[in-house]
Design a protein around this ligand. Structure first.
Ligand code: M6R
Length: 609
């Protein structure tokens, strides 16, 4: 979590820092701060709360003319959100200012060692040790000082550092946390991601772990661990500044819900060409596909829910045993993964710490890893044996919507791809399924049109509720999990998802007259089974909102409330079913006046375990 940014150039630094922090707020937003150099002094402004608080403090002061600065937006790990704990942190004599994304695991040992030397700590953060260590290790050379300091740290970090003795420079390094360096006519930038800089630079460098980067206004120098200067070829930075606009929508979440047809279309256009499925950076031979003993899908949060759908879909199409795991659990058990298994890591950000750790574990066991990632150049995207990129574009709202839909679309493609390789599907069946997948953008579009206003009016049912339950079987169970997470994360209504058949093993005791139950009933295989479970909660006077396809309109319209999605194929129905659930959550949160794009306590990119 946390977002960091730095700028050095000929223009004023503060506007770039504030704009960049605004675009990085999705990474954390409980406090913010900036440091700029002016002559040989470092000026720091920081504040608890959203960026708007920092902006108003800065607006009330004399405008800074500094052309060099660093900034930070925080998601607290060590120390509560407060002004004193917010970054940048200064070294004892104010020689260094540091912003940090990550966690220093050995900070307690380092802190007590520094305290023995008389260093007094102002904050409760792990980051402050870095500032003091830099000062203690300072030898007049920025690169060697940072190198020596970095060698003392264990954990994960991306660091941007200012030094009073070199007021025009910024020095950076990273290990385990992301950092990009971008250059262009406006100057030299460094940030946690390219989004923060889009529109201001046209080249991007992606430093490797352990490298040290020295930024000057018109030059960037990279040094390897041996402090030898190395030369890196930049990539073209293709993001435009408009990629981060709300384009008239009140919230990014609604904008991103509406972008789903296009995002899925773009994702599929890279995978299905001339009616055949082929991935740019992933392919297997028939023999390799036949040798797969099992598939492990590992992910967190919504990406895990895609994996739950994936288990049903891939097993049904291929017969390959498919296991879906939460990365934070998977990484600490001893899963029986072997070189004959394929592991699929799903992640929007590509920086989720638990998913990265799970990936390492799988690789140690010799299995091949396929990364399914939205952010190109992210750690997970670069570390797999194979990678498939979803083309959702930047997703800014903390609650994922369009990345989820793109991941689901890729899962369908993978199921059909494996099944075709294994010779399970005939050419004709294969073409039919590919046609169904290709019609996804229209299906999603039609579902948005068909369900938006109903979801908006039904959201009224939830606004005063304290609890809600989502039930379903098969892929409906995965949708129930995702619908429930969407509702709770942005509207703060307590909500749980259950396999519909599991209710009677305990949870049904919570059903009282008026309890809201959202029943997902689009998985054709289990419709009648879920219907029986709905009757059971109805018999206990629950208030049921059922979601199903047009085909079942007649059966479900006798329930308290229903949302009808267009008829679509059994393969792709999870993509349609999730739409009204996203909209329902959005409108519920809107009516409850919640901070939809930045829900409390959360961050978009979860880079701590
Ligand atoms: O970036 P990732 O896809 O790895 O993130 C995983 C989860 O943190 C994420 O899906 C989270 O659950 C969403 N905010 C839910 O909307």
């Amino acid at each position: 979590m946390c977002g960091i940014i730095g700028y050095t150039g000929n223009n004023k630094a503060v506007p770039y820092l504030l704009e960049g922090l605004g675009r990085l707020e999705y990474r954390g937003y409980d406090s913010t701060g900036i440091a700029t150099t002016q002559g040989n002094s470092i000026n720091i402004t920081k504040a608890k709360g959203r960026l708007s608080v920092l902006k108003s403090i800065i607006a009330s002061k004399k405008q800074s003319t500094s052309t060099v600065g660093i900034g930070h937006t925080r998601w607290a790990t060590h120390g509560e959100p407060s002004t004193v704990n917010s970054h940048p942190h200064l070294s004892r004599n104010g020689l260094f200012a540091v912003v940090h994304n990550g966690i220093i695991e050995n900070y307690k040992e380092l802190k007590s060692d520094l305290q023995k030397d008389g260093y007094v700590f102002r904050s409760d953060t792990d980051t402050e040790v870095i500032a003091h260590l830099l000062e203690r290790n300072y030898d007049g050379d920025l690169v060697s000082t940072v190198s020596k300091t970095a060698k003392m740290l264990t954990g994960a970090y991306a660091l941007c550092i200012l030094c009073r003795d070199f007021p025009e420079k910024i020095v950076c390094t990273r290990l385990g946390s992301p950092l990009v360096v971008c250059t262009g006519d406006e100057g030299t930038f460094v940030s946690s991601d390219t989004l923060a800089i889009s529109g201001h630079a046209d080249k991007v460098f992606r430093p490797k772990a352990g490298e040290i980067i020295l930024l000057a206004k018109d030059k960037v120098s990279f040094f390897n661990k041996a402090l030898k200067e190395i030369f890196i070829t930049p990539e073209k930075l293709t993001l435009k500044s408009t990629d981060t606009d709300k384009e008239g929508y009140e919230h990014y979440m609604l904008k991103e819900i509406m972008e789903q047809p296009e995002a899925v279309r773009s994702t599929l256009s890279h995978i299905i060409k001339n009616g055949r499925i082929s991935f740019d950076s992933f392919s297997l031979t028939k023999q390799e596909a036949e040798a797969i003993r099992g598939i492990y899908i590992v992910a967190c949060g919504s990406a895990y829910h895609v994996g739950v759908s994936g288990k049903y879909i891939i097993e049904k199409l291929t017969g390959i045993p498919t296991h879906t795991d939460i990365a934070s659990e998977f990484r600490y058990r001893n899963p029986p993964v072997s070189k004959n298994d394929l592991c699929i890591i799903i992640s929007q950000s590509g920086e989720t710490a638990d998913s990265i750790a799970a990936m390492k574990k799988v690789k140690e066991k010799g299995a091949k890893v396929l990364s399914l990632v939205n952010v190109e150049g992210s750690t997970i995207s670069l570390s797999g044996d194979y990678v498939i990129h979803t083309k959702a574009g930047p997703e800014i709202a903390v609650a994922t919507t369009k990345a989820y839909s793109c991941q689901l679309a890729v899962i369908y493609c993978l199921g059909v791809y494996f099944s075709s390789l294994l010779g399970i599907l005939s050419e004709k069946e294969q073409s039919r399924l590919i046609e169904e997948i290709l019609s996804l953008p229209e299906t999603i579009e039609a579902t948005i049109v068909a369900t938006r206003s109903k979801a908006e009016s039904l959201s009224e049912l939830f606004t005063e509720k304290e609890h809600a339950y989502f039930i379903g079987r098969g892929t409906d169970y995965a949708a129930a999990m995702e619908g429930s997470l969407k509702l709770k994360e942005i509207s703060y209504i307590h909500s749980e998802a259950y396999g519909a058949g599991e209710l009677k093993h305990g949870t049904i005791s919570l059903i009282e007259p008026g309890t809201m139950v959202v029943a997902l009933m689009s998985d054709e295989n289990v419709f009648t089974k879920t219907y029986s479970n709905v009757r059971e909660v109805k018999a206990r006077s629950a208030r049921v909102l059922a979601v199903s396809t047009k085909k079942h309109e007649h059966e479900i319209s006798s329930l308290d409330h229903c949302i009808i999605i267009p008829d679509c194929s059994s393969l792709t129905v999870p993509s349609a079913e999730i739409i009204p659930l996203q909209l329902l959550s959005y409108f519920t949160a809107l009516k409850r006046s919640c901070d939809i794009d930045k829900p409390r306590n959360l961050a978009k990119s979860v880079t701590v375990e």
